[in-house]
Structure formats: structure tokens, C-alpha cells
Ligand binder design. Structure first.
Ligand SMILES: C[S@@+](CC[C@H](N)C(=O)[O-])C[C@H]1O[C@@H](n2cnc3c(N)ncnc32)[C@H](O)[C@@H]1O
Length: 341
């Protein structure tokens, strides 16, 4: 992230400001390369500009600047006029691997970039057209698949962090509320043989859950329950996970959901909340922009501080245990609270 060095020369400060102004050039170049399928194509074999123009339908007059800019950004390399993926990026940008980021990048190209284009209007009072209206987005299977892949990019890193956050040997069951296609749940049951898991999500997610569990071989260990987490009964479990869910809703809805989760947790059990929670000092630009992203994608959405989250769980009847920052893509915090026996 660009931050200004105020002690630099006036020219350097001006250059930094203009760099900030045009930071989206880089984002769009990456997004277009993903949308066009460039990295997947180059994973087959290196190619020159002519072949890439033909196979990707690129405008020959613009292709050279586009491709060479990607070289300059460290995404491609060029040898004797032939382009190849830069070593080290393929696992993130070539479709098919477990660390593929392309679904998230495509989601940003399709939705987030458009939403950020209306930032001034939204900041000055225009209502947010819910870009992340889950029910509406679920009208298209392709959109849902992208959305699920986008979520898994982030929750895959959290899943590893959850391994050591609680002593899983003390618990037999868990429920991932808003657990999407079960990526975190699958990781937990694969890591902890004794655990049985559940995912609660909207009915439209079930086919994607079934597909994902079949692919990961965890269909017999994780059960899907379809419903609306504000209205339908949540299955009981020793541990309930609420991950990247509360930041989609306004505080009153978060409180309601945490109360419902409290009812679902068995006495002696725990709730795990993870989100890119804000520092109480509110001085980390990356998290604050992430929070702004939530609020322009979803009416009432935003990140929240650890203190606020502690308030939600304690008012619902949980006992606060810990809140730790974990090494994930959005520097999430994992908050754990227990339900007295
Ligand atoms: C931002 S995603 C988080 C997914 C996952 N927990 C993660 O960490 O990536 C929010 C999830 O909540 C689900 N969801 C949204 N509204 C819901 C509702 N009213 N009832 C049940 N699930 C809902 C969405 O379908 C989606 O899977």
C-alpha cells in the first residue's frame, strides 16, 4: 500500500500522490489479465504477442503496452519476445490450484471496482446498491461459483489459523454459520479426525457445498443445513463459527445473530468469530479501507473493533476468552468466547 513520505522532496511527494491517484491502473491490468485467461494460457507454454493477440482476441495496437506493463509489474517475464508467467505467481494466478486467487480478482473486477466507482456518491448520502446481495447474486450459477471461490481465497488462510486457536480435543461437533460451500469445515474435519462438522447457509448454496465436499472427500463428515440464519433454527453444536459474516450486517443485526448463536452453542462450548477487525486506534489504512469496502458493498456492513465484538458476545451471554490477530490475507482477528456450563 502506498503511504506518503512527508519528509521527501516536493517532486517525490507529488509523484507519490499521483501514484496513489492511478493505483487502479495496476489493479485493472491484473484484473483484465485474469479475466482474459492470460495466466492459464501461458501456463500451457510461453507465447509471443502475435499468438496472444490471436488466442485472447487482443487489439494488436494495445497488446504490447499491456503485456510489457505486466512484465514491469512482475507478473510476466519476456525472453526473446516470448511471454511466460513469472515463477512464483503461477500457483496464485493459474486456475485450478488450491491457492488460486483468480476468483477473488474476478469478483473485484465484476463488482467491487464498480462499487468503488460510486464512492463519492455513497459517501455523500447515496444509498448503497447492495452489490453483495447474496440472494440476488445466487441467480447465476457462474456468479455463485466465483463468489464461493472468492470467499475461499480468504477463508482458506483462516482455516489453518483456526487449527490452533482452540483445543479441539475438548469438542466433538462444530457448526459454521454462513459457512458457504464448507471450505473451513472441510479443513477442520480433515485436520481433527474426531470432529463432526455442520454448515448452515442459504438453500441456494447447497449444490455448491455438495460439489465441494465431494471434491474434497469430506461429504460424510460435514452436514449442510439450509436456512436463513436470522429466522430458522440453528442446529446445536459444541463450537459455532461466525466467519466473515458479521461484517456484512449492521450492529443491531450482528447482535441478533450472536444471540441466536448463543442459543445454538452447547453449555461448555464456544463461539469463534473471525473478521478483519479494526484496531481500537483506527489508524491502519488497510483495515479501514477494507471496512469501507464492506460498507459500500452492503448497506450497513463494516468491519468493527475487537472491543465492539467483545460487546456483542458478552451481551449475548458468552464469556470473552481471547482475540488474536492471525496471519491471513486480510490480517483477520479471531475472537473466542465460551458459554458457561
Ligand atoms: C461473506 S460470506 C462468508 C463465508 C465464509 N464463512 C467465509 O469465511 O468465507 C457470508 C456467507 O453468509 C451466507 N449468508 C448470507 N445471508 C445469509 C442468511 N440470511 N442466512 C444464512 N446464510 C446467509 C452467504 O451465503 C455466505 O456464504
Amino acid at each position: 500500500m502506498t503511504t506518503l513520505d512527508h519528509a521527501a522532496t516536493p517532486t517525490a511527494v507529488a509523484r507519490s500522490l499521483l501514484g496513489l491517484n492511478t493505483a487502479y491502473f495496476q489493479a485493472k491490468a491484473l484484473q483484465s489479465a485474469v479475466e482474459l485467461g492470460l495466466f492459464g494460457l501461458l501456463a500451457e507454454r510461453p507465447a509471443d504477442a502475435g499468438e496472444l493477440c490471436e488466442r485472447l482476441g487482443l487489439h494488436p495496437g494495445r497488446a504490447a503496452d499491456f503485456l510489457d506493463a505486466l512484465v514491469g509489474l512482475g507478473l510476466l517475464e519476456r525472453t526473446d519476445g516470448r511471454y511466460a508467467n513469472r515463477p512464483g505467481i503461477a500457483e496464485f494466478l493459474v486456475p485450478g490450484g488450491p491457492r488460486y486467487l483468480g476468483d477473488s480478482i474476478a469478483q473485484h473486477a465484476r463488482l467491487h471496482y464498480r462499487a468503488w466507482g460510486s464512492l463519492t456518491q455513497v459517501l455523500t448520502g447515496a444509498s448503497v446498491a447492495d452489490q453483495m446481495d447474496f440472494r440476488e447474486d445466487f441467480q447465476s450459477r457462474d456468479n455463485v461459483r466465483h463468489l464461493m471461490g472468492h470467499m475461499d481465497v480468504f477463508n482458506g488462510f483462516v482455516a489453518h489459523a483456526l487449527d490452533g486457536c482452540v483445543d479441539w480435543s475438548r469438542y466433538a461437533t462444530f457448526l459454521d454459520v454462513g459457512g458457504a460451500r464448507g471450505n473451513v469445515a472441510a479443513h477442520l474435519v480433515r485436520t481433527h479426525d474426531h470432529l463432526r462438522g455442520g454448515v448452515f447457509d442459504l438453500p441456494a448454496v447447497r449444490p455448491f457445498f455438495d460439489e465441494h465436499m465431494a471434491a474434497l472427500g469430506t461429504a460424510h463428515r460435514v452436514r449442510f443445513t439450509a436456512g436463513d440464519f436470522f429466522a430458522d433454527p440453528l442446529p446445536r453444536a459444541d463450537v459455532v463459527i461466525l466467519g466473515h459474516v458479521l461484517h456484512d450486517w449492521p450492529p443491531s443485526a450482528r447482535e441478533r445473530l450472536v444471540e441466536r448463536v448463543h442459543d445454538a452453542v452447547e453449555p461448555g462450548g464456544a463461539v469463534i468469530v473471525y473478521d478483519a477487525m479494526l484496531d481500537d486506534e483506527r489508524d491502519d489504512a488497510r483495515s479501514l479501507l477494507q471496512s469501507l469496502n464492506c460498507s459500500i458493498m452492503r448497506d450497513g456492513g463494516s468491519e468493527y473493533t475487537v472491543g465492539e465484538c467483545r460487546g456483542y458476545v458478552e451481551r449475548a451471554g458468552f464469556r470473552f476468552l481471547s482475540a488474536e490477530r492471525v496471519e491471513t490475507l486480510t490480517a483477520d482477528r479471531v475472537l473466542i468466547a465460551t458459554k458457561p456450563s
